[in-house]
Design a protein around this ligand. Structure first.
Ligand code: PLP
Length: 410
């Protein structure tokens, strides 16, 4: 039966893949044009050291990012550990004691618990006197009325929108919905800073949040835009005045974007961005294939294989702890790196539940390379994402599913 499903996937996925190819083509043009517009040259691969004054390649990378996002400015640095650090820097950079942070997409990503102050931490925004309020999504969409009412009655400094679902069961938020909510917000509040956590969503659609009125947008270089080549880092793009504040928070007040040596990373960050449209397309195809096979096997998946995609994340609902763990182990056992590792659910910094995680990646924790993980809590959902090429992704997923089926039948 599994053989038949795999066989029929080629034909059944043709139409869906065509749409992915079309978006890849569109985004490739966007990136190529940005390289040309900013006249990237070989000397830009050189790096400054020490303070990082006159790091021309670094500055050009930031111009390229700004072009791709149609934004005023960008901060793209390997001094950011990852996306979480970039988001934390953005929030600390823009919020002051007494200010209010409002999330309008429900509870933010788990690693922000200690940043915002859901978990007790003396370094959190809460410890610095930043107030936090939250409006939950309704049926996977914004609660437009409540947002409007809230903004009429409260002074909010910054609104956070998280597009990808994180470790929740909601749907991810499309660019059209972001555009619509920006309009709602601007009807009542012209000043509030609208910030988007764009992790996992870059290059999945034709537009990025900064093209629909968002002020500032943040993400990780060990996800989509790193193109599986950047070794670490994060990006913030958006309004120039806000970028400068973020740069002063990352670096030093009075020394914002001018400092911070790129230390040999320029070539990799540029190469990663250049590859990103293609890598993201391949990650999407791997996710679609996975959804297709599990759907045919009778599992609940989200998104479904032919749903429109907003991010590269694929959920498979196992409803059983052992099944979740077995599948994740299958991904690990068939990965290129650490295939011999037997993974166990374990505690992870920044996460409350035990997490089971397969990541046979060149870059530690990279989830643009094929990775699969999930908190060991009901309903036992795997969150799978990445895949450098569809061929590798398909191979690994197929093998993991085959061994999973064998095990479940014993
Ligand atoms: C992954 C992720 C983050 C954190 O990014 P890291 O690079 O892992 O630190 C934040 N928000 C969302 C929605 C994510 O998916």
């Amino acid at each position: 039966m599994i053989k038949d499903i795999i066989e029929s996937s080629n034909k059944d996925l043709e139409e869906v893949f065509k749409k992915i190819d079309e978006i890849e083509e569109y985004n490739s043009k966007k990136v190529l044009d940005a390289f040309i517009q900013n006249s990237i040259s070989e000397t830009d691969f050189n790096s400054a050291t020490g303070y990082g004054y006159n790091d021309i390649g670094r500055d050009k990378i930031e111009s390229v990012y700004a072009s791709v996002f149609k934004a005023e400015d960008a901060l793209v640095r390997s001094q950011f550990i990852s996306g979480t650090h970039a988001i934390s820097t953005c929030l600390f950079g823009l919020l002051r004691p007494g200010d209010m942070l409002l999330s309008i997409s429900g509870k933010p990503y788990d690693t922000l618990d200690a940043v915002i102050g859901f978990t007790d931490n003396n370094s959190s925004l809460k410890a610095f006197g930043v107030l936090y309020q939250q409006i939950d999504l309704v049926n996977d969409d914004f609660n437009y009325e409540e947002i409007e009412r809230f903004l009429k009655n409260n002074k909010v400094k910054l609104i956070e929108i998280q597009r990808s679902k994180g470790y929740s069961t909601r749907g991810s938020i499309s660019i059209d919905k972001v555009e619509k909510v920006v309009e709602t917000i601007r009807k009542v509040d012209k000043e509030v800073i609208i910030m988007v956590d764009n992790c996992y969503c870059e290059m999945v659609s034709k537009k990025e949040p900064t093209e629909v009125g968002v002020d500032i947008c943040v993400g990780s270089l060990i996800k989509n835009l790193g193109g599986a080549i950047a070794s670490n880092g994060g990006y913030i793009v958006g309004r120039k005045d806000l970028i400068e504040l973020c740069a002063e928070r990352l670096n030093v007040p009075g020394q914002g974007k001018e400092v911070g040596p790129s230390m040999g990373q320029n070539k990799y960050i540029l190469e990663g961005l250049f590859m990103a449209p293609m890598i993201v397309a391949n990650a999407l195809k791997t996710a679609i294939y996975t959804a297709y096979v599990f759907e045919r096997l009778g599992y609940e998946v989200s998104p479904k294989y032919d749903d429109e995609r907003v991010d590269i994340v694929q959920n498979i609902v196992f409803r059983d702890a052992n099944k979740l763990i077995d599948y994740v182990r299958g991904i690990q056992a068939n990965s290129k790196v650490d295939s011999n590792a037997i993974i166990e659910p374990s505690d992870m910094p920044g996460y409350d539940d035990k997490i089971v995680m397969a990541s046979g990646s060149f870059t530690q924790g990279s989830s643009i390379e094929l990775s699969c993980d999930g908190p060991v809590r009901s309903p036992y959902i795997a969150y799978q994402q990445g895949g450098i090429s569809y061929q590798y992704g398909k191979l690994i997923v197929t093998r993991a599913i085959e061994s999973f089926i064998e095990k479940e039948n014993v």
